[in-house]
Write a protein that binds this ligand. Structure first.
Ligand code: UD1
Length: 418
């Protein structure tokens, strides 16, 4: 089993290039079921993407990945495909459920394994099914599978989500793509990854508009033959490395990104005293002293993302006084806390709120990663801890962070994988 070993307290300096967004690539890969021939650039080479490609191949699409160019070409010219997403491919990556909408709307049926719970919470798919039923799908659950049918095709309608879900919004957009007439989604998620999905769908022949939390989808009647799309940058990866810079950076530069996508996060970090310089397509984080306490609540975009909660919490251990972070999206997303406490952090959990009293000096320890973002928070803690930190179960990290050690090593970090 691989581990990461970090010798902490080494100041970071250099440039970090930000990869394409994993969370944008996954729904766009699912959307290629609706296309004929696409080339996607800026694909992050991480485990979840390989799992999604395995799923597409299982369904019957032809995929060819050029790893050295982060480019993938996908062909889907068959009339008949395998409309099944088996348990073995969905259990490790919940986003597998996103093929449900495209398969159903294009082929009239789909059998998708229920993804089940995961470490950070129960993570149901009721909102996905609610939207598909509104569009006219007949759905039953049998032997752990969602069995969906729409023999005469889906029908455009109005859907008002009772609560905001990224995945359910994506599945609904994908299903509505070929639903007859017009579909309007209210109370949708509007993450930048959803905007990238819409951009891609419009390139392959869609007619989709987004206004506030309202998304209007007109039936797509033609499919464009050959489409090229470059995946949007990973705002969570960017946020993670900005926090690394805030923790122990001298000067870290990020180029070819759009700072306005994370303006709310930048506002919060600046309030904490993080020195951030912004240009049109560039961010620089400078050495930041006197980190200040703050209270933050995770919310759907444009609010502070749950996917940066664990990383921000590490920065809070540096702040003088009591900081609070409320986890508003997932019910069990503080699993990094016991490990951070073992490294010397002073954190109390009260319901869904973590109260961090700082500043505390962290010291290296052998710790265990529990999910993707929790794992990277342990890496951040290792970077500022005295002595050696050993992180176990790093397969979680490999699901979502491309070339993590190399990117940090290039900035002088002492980190290696064994
Ligand atoms: C996506 C992201 C994940 C991020 C999350 C929230 C991908 C591949 N993953 O996950 O990194 O942490 O958004 O920003 O893009 N819910 C229901 N019923 C449903 C669906 C969701 O109750 O049918 C609940 C969830 O349990 C959770 C909340 O809604 O409490 C938000 O989840 P959702 O936005 O759907 O997250 P994902 O799309 O799974």
């Amino acid at each position: 089993m691989q581990k990461l070993i970090i010798k902490g307290c080494k100041e970071l300096t250099g440039k970090i290039s930000i990869s394409g967004s994993k969370n944008a690539t996954l729904p766009i890969l699912a959307a290629t079921i609706l296309a004929e021939h696409v080339k996607l650039k800026n694909i992050p080479l991480v485990k979840d993407i390989f799992t999604m490609l395995d799923l597409l191949k299982f369904i019957g699409l032809k995929t060819s990945l050029k790893k050295n160019k982060n480019l993938i070409e996908i062909l889907n010219k068959k009339k008949d495909v395998n409309t099944l997403a088996p348990y073995k491919l969905v259990k490790t990556m919940r986003a597998g459920v996103l093929v449900l909408g495209p398969l159903l709307t294009k082929y009239g049926k789909a059998k998708i394994s229920l993804p089940g719970g995961c470490a950070i919470g129960t993570r149901p798919v009721d909102l996905h099914l609610f939207a598909l039923k509104k569009l006219g799908a007949k759905i039953k659950i049998k032997n752990g599978y969602i069995i969906a049918e729409a023999k005469k095709g889906l029908k455009g309608c109005t859907i008002r989500f009772p609560s905001i879900s990224v995945g359910a919004t994506e599945n609904a957009i994908l299903a509505a793509f070929k639903a007859s007439g017009k579909t309007i989604l209210y109370n949708s998620a509007i993450e930048p990854e959803i905007k990238d999905l819409i951009l891609f769908l419009n390139k392959i022949g869609g007619n989709i508009k987004i206004t506030g939390r309202k998304i209007t989808i007109l039936e797509s009647k033609k499919t464009n033959k050959k489409v090229f799309h470059s995946i949007v940058f990973d705002r969570i990866e960017l946020g993670t490395y900005i926090i690394a810079g805030a923790l122990i950076g001298k000067k870290i530069v990020f180029k070819k990104i759009n700072p306005s996508v994370i303006k709310n996060e930048i506002k919060i970090l600046r309030k904490m005293g993080v020195q951030i310089k912004i240009k049109k397509t560039e961010i620089t984080v400078l050495k930041s002293k006197n980190i200040k306490k703050i209270n933050v609540i995770t919310k759907p975009y444009p609010g502070f993302p749950t996917d940066l909660q664990a990383q921000l919490l590490v920065l809070m251990t540096r702040a003088k006084g009591k900081s609070k972070i409320k986890e508003n999206i997932f019910e069990n997303r503080f699993m990094h806390v016991p490990e951070l406490k073992r490294m010397g952090a002073n954190i109390q959990i009260e319901d869904q709120v973590a109260v961090i009293t700082g500043p505390s000096k962290l010291t290296g320890a052998e710790v265990m990663a529990t999910d993707l973002r929790a794992s990277v928070s342990l890496v951040l803690a290792g970077l500022i801890a005295e002595n050696r930190t050993i992180i176990n179960r790093i397969y979680h990290l490999d699901r979502g962070y491309e070339f993590l050690e190399n990117k940090l090593k290039n900035c002088n970090a002492n980190i290696r994988r064994i």
